[in-house]
Design a protein around this ligand. Structure first.
Ligand code: GDP
Ligand code: GDP
Length: 445
């Protein structure tokens, strides 16, 4: 199952020290990475790494926060604050070719005060000669775990990962306990600040019987609420701060993004909450994009409908227009204040979860494919071979993943690919969830 709750190793560091090169190198080395984003062209800001039988998520903190990306890239202090708050291990990357004074002393001070394990990676030490003296120089900073590495040629990375894996192994065990406690369908309530996430969460939890909360036996801060609705167990994931109001406000937007990422990762289906009496902003769209990129089921909740005075059909159109990529997702007009619409929204979760987990057999897919090709055959692209489509298979569930066997992926137009992707959702009933369609080339040349 991709519903992983993994320890988080946060990469922090100044721009240009090689953070993303390191992330790519480590994830590239890992042939067994089970990232849902594998094979897509999106920028990778995180990757699931299995090393010495320990699995953790490596995150480039400078790139992860969709809400404050530009700001974070250039603000090491913020990255470090987030990492101290949220990560299980902090991996500070510096340019090892520079002298130790180039490493910000106030950052080192900050990191020394935290109890979180931390590692200093001295990057860009491509040749073995430079290592020894650099180590001695940086040891004077008082940091114990210094690893000279080269993200370009891979030197030293294995030793560093050995250490990292050992450090996060304990968290990994605790997370497994959390995961066991995560019963039934995992639901995250996601949205920018003030749209009404905690109000909705509280309204749901108040109405329904909370079965277990909090999770015993771990030191984790997450306190999930487990509910049972008509015999179906659900785990509503507590995005830290949903309930702890002051903490949340102190954190403002910057922190929210990272927490949001963690909640989305653990969810099967997310409630995407927007405020129906405010304009939809880029921030709403970025949050939506993040759920979509992580390939989770999505239900749109236009909240505060008790305050909305306009035409409700127009409101629906307005929302749909701003989230065109969520055309397959249901929308409900709700109120966290008086509970309006929430029952219907809750009822929509299970069917989406079921679609995400179903497996369509090859026979049905084959009939589907020939019908589609007959109706709308793939067009010949300029400078490409004649496109040929052979077969369609479902290779995974939750998220539903399909493989289209063709002669050459390059010969297949984006339109045709989109057409098949959208038709899978419509004709084979995968409403409410993004699906993944991979093209696989049969011919070698
Ligand atoms: P980021 O801004 O910290 O994510 O840095 P990037 O990963 O974008 O790297 C910045 C530049 O440093 C790029 O030109 C990389 O090719 C280069 N770089 C990264 N790692 C190494 C390394 O280990 N050795 C050398 N020589 N160059 C590196
Ligand atoms: P969060 O930051 O997304 O968790 O938002 P909150 O749940 O804290 O809500 C932000 C503000 O909107 C608070 O003042 C809530 O009382 C108010 N609010 C939330 N949902 C509703 C709603 O459905 N109707 C009305 N009238 N107010 C709401």
């Amino acid at each position: 199952m991709s519903k992983s709750i993994l320890p988080i190793v946060a990469i922090v560091g100044q721009p240009n020290v090689g953070k993303s090169t390191l992330l790519n190198k480590v994830s590239g080395k890992q042939m067994a990475v089970t990232s849902p984003l594998a094979g897509t062209t999106r920028d990778r800001q995180y990757s699931d790494i299995s090393w010495n039988e320990v699995t953790f998520t490596l995150v480039d903190t400078a790139g992860i926060n969709p809400l404050a990306k530009d700001e974070l890239e250039h603000n090491l202090h913020k990255q470090v604050d987030i990492a101290i708050e949220e990560a299980d291990l902090i991996l500070l990357v510096a340019d090892g070719r520079l002298n130790r004074l180039s490493v910000d002393q106030s950052i080192i001070q900050k990191l020394r005060r935290t109890k979180k394990p931390m590692v200093l990676a001295l990057n860009k030490l491509d040749s073995s000669k430079a290592w020894e003296e650099k180590l001695a120089e940086f040891a004077a900073l008082g940091i114990k775990n210094v690893f000279p590495i080269s993200s370009i040629n891979g030197r030293g990375i294995g030793d560093m990962l050995d250490f990292v894996a050992k450090q996060v192994a304990k968290t990994s065990e605790e997370e497994a306990v959390l995961e066991e406690n995560q019963n039934g369908i995992a639901v995250g309530i996601i949205g920018k600040p003030n749209v009404g996430k905690s109000s909705i969460f509280n309204a749901i939890v108040k109405e329904e019987r909370v079965v277990v909360s909090p999770v015993p036996g771990t030191t984790r801060t997450a306190i999930d609420s487990q509910l049972e609705i008509e015999g179906q167990p659900y785990t509503f994931i507590d995005t830290a701060g949903l309930k702890k109001k002051t903490y949340r406000q102190a954190q403002a937007d910057t922190y929210g993004g990272f927490q949001t990422f963690k909640t989305i990762r653990r969810s099967d289906v997310c409630f995407l909450v927007i405020d129906s009496i405010e304009e939809i902003t880029k921030q709403d769209q970025r949050v939506a994009q993040e759920i979509f990129s992580l390939e989770k089921g999505i239900i749109i909740l236009a909240n505060k409908i008790d305050l909305f005075r306009g035409d409700k059909e127009k409101l629906r159109d307005y929302v749909s227009m701003h989230f065109p990529f969520l055309w397959m997702c249901p929308m409900f007009l709700v109120s966290g204040k008086n509970g309006e619409g929430l029952e219907e929204a809750l009822a929509a979760i299970k069917p989406i979860f079921e679609s995400r987990n179903k497996q369509v057999d090859n026979q049905a897919l084959s009939e589907f494919l020939s019908k589609k090709i007959k109706h709308n055959p793939p067009k010949l692209l300029r400078d490409q071979k004649k496109p040929k489509v052979f077969s369609l298979h479902q290779v995974n569930a939750n998220p539903p993943t399909f493989e289209l066997l063709v002669n050459h992926p390059a010969a297949i137009s984006q339109q045709f690919r989109k057409y098949i992707e959208n038709s899978i959702i419509k004709d084979l009933d995968f409403w409410g969830t993004p699906i993944i369609l991979k093209l696989k080339g049969k011919d070698k040349t």
